[in-house]
Every structure is written in structure tokens, then in C-alpha cells.
Write a new protein. Structure first.
Length: 212
């Protein structure tokens, strides 16, 4: 996922990936995709690690080499969101002329991954949050934060976004809104798609962040 950071002008500082690392990354991704497929078919609580291994065509022990539990698999699903964001950047889908439009386009791309079913998304979120340690932010969330921070800084420098707060605070604010919107949708408090709900919430935020 370091290409996302590099293309957006953020220094990644990650050494070149070797054959072993690439193979490990591909296996990890295969397990995550298999789990996502199964979670989209039925309640994640009903899916077993054995089924995930079979769908990924790997041994059960291989799954545990990469993930401590099914909860940690749910926790790592955000890696697929960052991968989708990278693909969208490569394909020119994130091309808004303003920082706000880039953020909106990116969030809509990422919203396709938790699940199209609120209940299943809620189960995945609960399991993911169960593995989160105080003060811990997964690397894929740090990558998303850096991307947001870079776009916010870009918006501030162009005069689009208010500059009376540091970019890191505004980026954290947007990340918090994204999580809140996902939780509200997953808990059934809003109708429609997750992408549409997040877009509405983000627009409300941008109305407050835009330079007057």
C-alpha cells in the first residue's frame, strides 16, 4: 500500500519488497478476500476459520500464521479498503479538483468494502473493535490518516479549507466522522447505502471546514 502514500506526496520510508514478502502479502490478501466473500454470504459469526481457509485454498494453520483469530481478520479488512483506494487512484477515479471532492470520492470507494448489509457490517465492526488496543492504530488506518492529512493540507494551502487548525486535527475529525457514519448505518439508524450516508455527513462537515 506504500504506492498510495508515494503518489500523494507522503514519504513512506518502506524498504523494497522482496519475493518472500510479496508472497506473504499475497497470501494474507487471499485470506482476507476469502473471508470477505463468506461474510457477505452470511453472518460472520456463523463463518468458521476452517471455511475461510478452504475458500482461500490454504491450510487452517496458514490462516493462524497471519491472523490470531477471526476477530483479527475483521480488524484487517481495512487493508482491502486501502487497496481499493490505491486502485481508484491508479485508474484516475480520485480526480476531484478540490480537496473536499477527493476526500468524498475516496470515502465512497472505501464504503463498498465493509458490507452491503448493515447487520453483517455491524458484526464485523464489533469483532474488529474487540481486538483494538488502547492507543493502537492499525497501519492501514495510519495510511488513510496520512492521505487525509495530505489532502487537508492541500485544501488549506489553496484557501479551500479553514486554516485555523492543524491538518492532523482536521484529518482526525474526518476519520471520526467516517467511523461514526458507518456505526449509525450499521446499527440501522439511517436508510440507504453506506456510501450515500457517508457522503451526506461529509458534506455537512465540509460546510463547516470551508473557508468563509
Amino acid at each position: 500500500m506504500t504506492i498510495v502514500l508515494r503518489e500523494l506526496g507522503v514519504e513512506a520510508g518502506v524498504p523494497k519488497e522482496g519475493r518472500r514478502e510479496r508472497r506473504a502479502r499475497e497470501t494474507r490478501r487471499k485470506i482476507l478476500l476469502a473471508a470477505l466473500e463468506l461474510f457477505s454470504e452470511r453472518d460472520p459469526d456463523a463463518v468458521t476459520v476452517e471455511e475461510i481457509a478452504a475458500r482461500a485454498d490454504v491450510a487452517r494453520g496458514t490462516v493462524f500464521n497471519y491472523f490470531a483469530s477471526k476477530d483479527s481478520i475483521c480488524h484487517a479488512m481495512g487493508e482491502l479498503q486501502i487497496e481499493a483506494l490505491q486502485d481508484a487512484i491508479d485508474e484516475g477515479q480520485i480526480s476531484g479538483p478540490t480537496a473536499g471532492e477527493k476526500i468524498a470520492q475516496a470515502m465512497r470507494v472505501m464504503a463498498t468494502f465493509p458490507s452491503r448489509d448493515p447487520q453483517r457490517c455491524r458484526t464485523m465492526l464489533i469483532r474488529a473493535l474487540a481486538t483494538l488496543q488502547p492507543g493502537e492504530l492499525p497501519e492501514h488506518r495510519m495510511q488513510w490518516f496520512r492521505v487525509l492529512e495530505n489532502w487537508v493540507r492541500e485544501g488549506q494551502e489553496s484557501g479551500e479549507l479553514r486554516s485555523d487548525a492543524p491538518p492532523c486535527e482536521l484529518a482526525g475529525f474526518v476519520m471520526g466522522l467516517q467511523l461514526q457514519a458507518t456505526l449509525l448505518w450499521a446499527c440501522g439508524f439511517v436508510d440507504g447505502s453506506l456510501g450515500d450516508h457517508q457522503a451526506r455527513i461529509l458534506q455537512l462537515a465540509l460546510d463547516g471546514l470551508t473557508t468563509r
